[in-house]
Write a protein that binds this ligand. Structure first.
Ligand SMILES: [Zn+2]
Length: 111
């Protein structure tokens, strides 16, 4: 694929962005774990916030690992090929999800 360099740069930028996000969330959650005097309702709210942050963190880490796999596939020449059925992933899809490992058909099947 001729535009692979462009996608590679996009993936690197995206990985930086997510790593920054993960760092910020980690710092935030850590800060909130400091002992503070709060009533029950506030504690419950804080726990919910932490759950949301942790979920976001998990999601971000999951995306970073997908980005790493995509970067690896660029090195091995498998980028843009569906890991499930071997079909070419459309450039339109890669523009939206540059770390996509599945073609749209397989993604719909598994989703
Ligand atoms: Zn496929």
């Amino acid at each position: 694929m001729e535009s692979q360099d462009k996608f590679k740069q996009q993936l690197l930028d995206l990985r930086d962005e997510y790593n920054r996000k993960i760092g910020a969330i980690d710092a935030d959650v850590h800060h909130k774990n400091e002992p503070v005097e709060k009533d029950f309702a506030e504690q419950a709210t804080q726990r919910e916030n932490d759950d949301v942050l942790n979920a976001l963190n998990q999601e971000s880490k999951h995306i970073v690992s997908q980005i790493n796999s995509a970067l690896h596939r660029i090195e091995t020449g498998d980028y843009g090929i569906c890991t499930e059925c071997g079909a070419e992933i459309s450039e339109e899809r890669l523009k939206i999800v540059p770390y996509a490992a599945l073609c749209i058909k397989c993604a719909e099947k598994s989703g």
